[in-house]
Ligand binder design. Structure first.
Ligand code: NAP
Length: 490
């Protein structure tokens, strides 16, 4: 933590390797506050040896955990949920320090992350197979749901709490063991969550948090035959590489990858609600979310009014260190992110877009600050249209007809989130069905919840997190055919 603040007790400079805490030495990976550049601490740089140790312990611990039964697993998860909520402010401070988002948003992420633990504590007791209709006398068919076994999870930096709990909670609830590799830029939230899980009574060895070089740890995890599943959230590029690495061992995969979300604003919408919803969908976490609005299509009849209102709202956003009261947008995570935002703005302007506001560095605040931007007159050949900017840039495009909006919205290889603003039910239903995305928000910019299945189609990934579907991703279906049951005719 910065020298001006006290170090939270949960900030532990250590990794958890098969039940053993391994402290970081001076040669560990340094983690910096993206707002101030100040070093927060170090985490160990682990490798294949620690992965092997963690797998050995997880393999033993998983069998025992699965055999304890759903009621015990649910109770441990509930205790973990209570620990997380009891330490909400401390966790939020760690999260803001390493990731940069405003404290209020960080606290919101802790609540949201904790809600997955609670939901899967509840779902643990609802897992069940079925008895099928008898086909012939003396025979019965049934299915069992069993945990996959030892699973690996790799998470990104943009939601250091929620991306972790979205994987760990369903995995542990179903009876799996987990080896987690958190993002190197934001490992401390994950480590604190593991510490709280330990306090809540999670058996030793069941959960490991392995920090270190991604390629080496990812290589060891995908090569290990004991690991039966990999759940990854991050870029499509790395997800695709991990997919290939997992192929020889035929591992199960969940991939939550990049997006390129469209927002379609029809001229019959509630304009105020559409502006607010777009602000939420675009600027949460400084535009660094996979469900962030990346292309905003506005119908001609309200284009000018929408642009003017959105510009006013964007200009009013308060940029600053997330730890400062009132900050609404924090820093970008690193210089590469800053460069991408500036390049996308420059490219759009050079191809004819108009920069209504922002899009410049705010160096007086720190190296990673960029002023929130709004571009109007964007066209499909611009980088802002084709690529995920992952920053605070709102690109506006004008459209005339329903078909044109849907065609432009679907003109991307990605298919994660999409948003529609309209009061016309036929338009809403038509858009819901025609959009090639895993999720559609209608008249809202906030769609994610533990109770709902989150995930994408096309190059945005495989599988779902959250909802009833989320636990299925950690279960195998076993079919059993019982014969010789003469005493049981149909
Ligand atoms: P990233 O570079 O793909 O990194 C994600 C994780 O993968 C990190 O833990 C990283 O470790 C690790 N990693 C990197 N290279 C690896 C390799 N060769 N083998 C194994 N692991 C490797 O992505 P990011 O920049 O952190 O995250 C941003 C991306 O995530 C965006 O595209 C965003 O849309 C996507 N995302 C998707 C969702 C979703 O639910 N669909 C949610 C959030 C984010 P290091 O940190 O050590 O490099």
């Amino acid at each position: 933590m910065t020298s001006e603040t006290t170090t939270p007790a949960l900030l532990r400079e250590a990794a958890l390797v098969g039940g053993r805490w391994q402290a970081s030495g001076e040669d560990g990976i340094a983690v910096h506050n993206p707002a101030t550049g100040v070093m927060i601490g170090r985490v160990p740089s682990l490798g294949a040896a620690e992965v092997a140790e963690a797998i050995a312990r997880a393999t033993e611990a998983q069998k025992d955990w699965a055999a304890r039964g759903a009621r015990v697993r649910a109770a441990v998860l509930k205790a973990w949920h209570a620990e997380v909520l009891a330490h909400r402010d401390e966790l939020a401070a760690i999260l803001t320090a390493e990731q940069g988002k405003p404290l209020a948003e960080a606290a919101g992420e802790i609540d949201y992350g904790a809600s997955y633990i609670e939901w899967y504590a509840e779902e643990a007791r609802r897992v069940g197979g079925e008895m099928l209709a008898p086909l012939e006398p003396g025979k019965r068919m049934m299915t069992l749901k069993q945990p996959i076994g030892v699973v690996a999870a790799i998470t990104p930096w943009n939601f250091p709490c929620a991306m972790v709990t979205r994987k760990l909670a369903p995995a542990l609830a179903s009876g799996c063991a987990v080896l987690l590799k958190p993002a190197s830029q934001t490992p401390f939230t994950a480590i604190a969550l593991a510490l709280l899980a330990e306090r809540a009574g999670l058996p030793s060895g069941l959960l490991s948090v392995l920090t270190g070089p991604a390629r080496e740890i990812g290589g060891a995890l995908t090569a290990a035959p004991e690991i039966r599943k990999l759940s990854f959230t991050g870029s499509t590029e790395v997800g695709s590489a991990l997919y290939a690495q997992s192929a020889p061992g035929i591992k199960k995969l969940s991939l939550e990858l990049g997006g390129n979300a469209p927002v379609i604003v029809f001229d019959d919408c509630d304009l105020d609600a559409a502006v607010e919803g777009t602000m939420q969908a675009k600027f949460r976490n400084g535009g660094q979310t996979c469900v962030c609005a990346n292309r905003i299509f506005v119908q001609s009849g309200i284009y000018d009014a929408f642009r003017d209102r959105l510009t006013t709202r964007v200009k009013a956003l308060k940029l600053g260190d997330g730890a400062e009261p009132g900050a609404e947008i924090g820093p970008m995570i690193d210089m590469a992110a800053v460069r991408k935002v500036l390049e996308h703005v420059d490219d759009a302007v050079s191809l004819g877009a108009r920069l209504e506001t922002g899009g410049t560095r705010a160096s007086e605040l720190g190296a990673h600050f960029v002023t929130p931007a709004l571009l109007s007159g964007v066209t499909p050949e611009m980088a802002v249209f084709r690529e995920e900017t992952f920053g605070p840039v709102a690109p506006l495009l004008r459209f005339d007809s329903f078909d044109e909006a849907i065609r432009l919205a679907n003109d991307t290889p990605f298919g994660l989130a999409s948003y529609v603003f309209s009061r016309d039910m036929a338009r809403i239903l038509g858009a819901m069905e025609a959009l090639e995305f895993g999720m559609v928000g209608v008249n809202t910019g906030l769609i994610s919840a533990a109770e709902a299945p989150f995930g994408g189609v096309k190059m945005s990934g495989l599988g779902r997190e959250g909802g009833r579907e989320g636990i299925e991703d950690y279960l195998e279906t076993k079919y059993v055919c019982l014969g010789g049951l003469e005493a049981a005719p149909c």
